[in-house]
Design a protein around this ligand. Structure first.
Ligand SMILES: NC(=O)C1=CN([C@@H]2O[C@H](COP(=O)(O)OP(=O)(O)OC[C@H]3O[C@@H](n4cnc5c(N)ncnc54)[C@H](OP(=O)(O)O)[C@@H]3O)[C@@H](O)[C@H]2O)C=CC1
Ligand SMILES: O=C1O[C@H](COP(=O)(O)O)[C@@H](O)[C@H](O)[C@H]1O
Length: 483
């Protein structure tokens, strides 16, 4: 299907590194049709020709693997509108490029979040096409009240099915695989609860530092940047009850239920179950790849007094019979020793095992590179009655189109399943807000870790990677079900 894609913020970092390469990949695969129109909007003093030259350069830098013909095709379809995105006249000028009634208009807000309300206000004054889809990037508000206001304002202009609160993690193949893996495999679905799972880790450790994006990051931090959206979205797919179907409403209702079930952390919980830390100077990587990283507080745009965390760990529990007592341990950080992005399910040991020393099973779903692996215990190797643990692993090919490509395609097709519904955004803030408030009061003080290390020494009582405790690991026997 074709579309008119209007990017507000067309000279920004997101557009250059994610959106343009994604569009080029879709053009290469012939997935955006013959009538695709790209309209870039920003303040910069550009015209169609200079904007096209810019698009060409950005594609050369960030999408070199895409066929040159496809890149040139996208460049030729580009137009530029200069103006303030909070002015109705700018939006009207951009919409004038949409001349067909046969396909949708996608208005992508690739903008600093402080502009979102201004754009919605301007949209109110514009004659809107019937098939308009508005894409809102993260952060969706800076707190619960901000998210509520944004949702309320969006609802005055658009229907819910026209609003795409995108989260590109939902379009990552390993995250998507959580659905098929669980709901299409008899060998896994019956084990997906507290009877069989002792703990779940959701880890997104990054070796990349925050230096280049410090001006943005210093208003955000690891909890807002990664946990409020991406990691909680992964949690929803792991913990949801089986939806009636893959229909967007069925799915989103199940996801909202999970977020509602996450227990609100008290100040004591925050003290016991969260860690916040900030990197000091250090060396990330080794050998030829080693690089020196300055302390976060010395990065341009950082105000050390804001005490922004570049690392966090949070353990959550759900008020849901299926998951009662099962810790969900979320961890993410920047400038760490290595990239480790994975979801780990720790299964409980068997009752009355004839092999008391058997390693309990672990199912690991790694992201980028994507890999699914299950450790199994076998005894046929070597000594016939000695156990060996083997890894049954599957490497997945590199994802193409990229997650942003999948997102754009879904938006053009009107599919909201890779986006969050209004309540999801609000519930996610309901979960993180008490943590931010307690941190602001000095609970769980900010600690240091050297760039290039595995993170701070301090850990919550139920830390990522720690094998479940004896009581966690013991099988439980009552019935399951959310509620
Ligand atoms: N960059 C990233 O890696 C990621 C970003 N995001 C989200 O994407 C969004 C954009 O981020 P990013 O690209 O990094 O931001 P940038 O600051 O790099 O880009 C902002 C863009 O908005 C334009 N702009 C700002 N104010 C106005 C205005 N009043 N009128 C017209 N244009 C304006 C700028 O143009 P000009 O310079 O001409 O003013 C620029 O094109 C944010 O919501 C961010 O949180 C999400 C995931 C990753
Ligand atoms: O949204 C964000 O995601 C990236 C990680 O996502 P990836 O797709 O690039 O792996 C993270 O580095 C960034 O801080 C965050 O804003």
């Amino acid at each position: 299907m074709s579309a008119t894609i209007i990017v507000l913020g067309a000279t920004g970092d997101l557009t250059a590194r994610y959106l343009l390469p994604a569009m080029a990949q879709l053009v290469e695969r012939d997935l955006l049709g013959e009538e695709l129109v790209l309209v870039g909007v920003a303040n910069d003093d550009l015209d169609d020709d200079s904007f096209r030259a810019r698009v060409q350069d950005k594609l050369a830098a960030h999408a070199a693997a895409v066929d040159a013909g496809a890149r040139a095709d996208l460049v030729a379809r580009a137009h530029y509108v200069r103006g303030d995105v909070t002015q109705a006249s700018t939006l009207s000028a951009a919409l004038e490029h949409h001349t067909s009634t046969d396909h949708p208009v996608v208005l992508y807000l690739a903008l600093p979040h402080v502009l979102f309300l201004g754009v919605i206000d301007a949209l109110r004054q514009v004659d809107l096409p019937a098939d308009l889809r508005v894409v809102v990037e993260k952060p969706f508000g800076q707190d619960l009240q901000g998210a509520r206001t944004l949702n309320a304002e969006l609802a005055t202009v658009l229907r819910e099915d026209q609003i795409f609160r995108v989260d590109h993690f939902l379009a990552k193949q390993t995250v998507l695989n959580l659905i098929g893996l669980r709901f299409a495999n008899r060998v896994l679905e019956p084990l997906w609860d507290r009877h069989d799972v002792a703990a779940v880790d959701i880890v997104f450790d990054e070796s990349v530092d925050a230096q280049a994006r410090a001006a943005y990051y210093d208003r955000s931090g690891a909890l807002r940047d990664m946990v409020q959206n991406h990691l909680l979205q992964i949690l929803t797919l792991i913990a949801m009850e089986p939806p009636a179907s893959l229909d967007p409403t069925d799915l989103s209702e199940r996801k909202v239920e999970v977020l509602r079930a996450v227990q609100t952390l008290s100040r004591e919980d925050v003290e016991r179950n969260t860690v916040r830390a900030r990197y000091t100077a250090g060396t990330v990587g080794a050998g030829e790849k080693a690089r020196e990283v300055g302390a976060y507080v010395d990065a341009p745009g950082v105000d050390p007094a804001r005490e922004i965390e570049t690392y966090t760990e949070v353990t959550l529990h759900l008020d849901a019979r299926r998951w009662e007592g099962v810790p969900f341990r979320l961890r993410t950080g920047k400038a760490l020793a290595r990239d480790r992005r994975e979801v780990v399910f720790y299964f409980r040991p068997l009752e009355h095992s004839i092999f008391p020393d058997a390693t309990p099973n672990q199912l690991r779903l790694a992201l980028d590179p994507d890999r699914i692996s299950l450790n199994l215990n076998i005894n046929g190797l070597g000594d016939p009655f000695d156990l060996e643990t083997v890894d049954m692993g599957l490497e997945l090919p590199r994802q193409a189109p990229t997650p942003y490509g999948q997102l754009l395609l879904a938006i053009v097709e009107g599919d909201t399943r890779l986006s969050a519904r209004a309540e999801e955004a609000e519930e996610a803030w309901r979960i993180v807000e008490p943590i931010l408030a307690a941190w602001a009061d000095g609970v769980s003080p900010l600690v240091d870790y050297p760039a290039g290390s595995d993170g701070p020494a301090a850990s919550p009582s139920e830390a990522v990677d720690s094998p479940p405790t004896a009581s966690d690991a013991a099988p439980v026997t009552t019935a399951s079900g959310l509620g």
